[in-house]
Design a protein. Structure first.
Length: 96
């Protein structure tokens, strides 16, 4: 089973996210104001990308670095906006 992908904001040292990791989440991005805490956080979450700094200034970097986590085929309502809702629901439930 593939791990669920996640982003951690206000990560601190990453200890608060360890339980999520053990529950099957994989953190792609860890964002933390203090670079020293972020260094410890990345030791606790190898493979995650760290974004240091104030989120009011770094939020665009966080979003850019999570793009791979958001990439997937759009839902049927986005792909086929002209279909009636009942047909979209049927497609969403594998009844195409």
């Amino acid at each position: 089973m593939s791990k669920l992908r996640a982003v951690s904001l206000f990560s601190n040292c990453g200890a608060g996210d360890v339980g999520y990791r053990e529950a099957g989440f994989r953190f792609d991005v860890m964002a933390e104001l203090d670079p020293r805490r972020l260094d410890v956080c990345l030791l606790n979450h190898p493979g995650a990308e760290g974004v240091p700094g104030d989120l009011r200034k770094t939020w665009q970097t966080v979003i850019k670095n999570t793009a791979p986590a958001r990439e997937s085929a759009p839902c049927p309502a986005v792909r086929m906006p002209t279909l009636p809702r009942h047909e979209l629901c049927a497609i969403g439930h594998g009844q195409s």
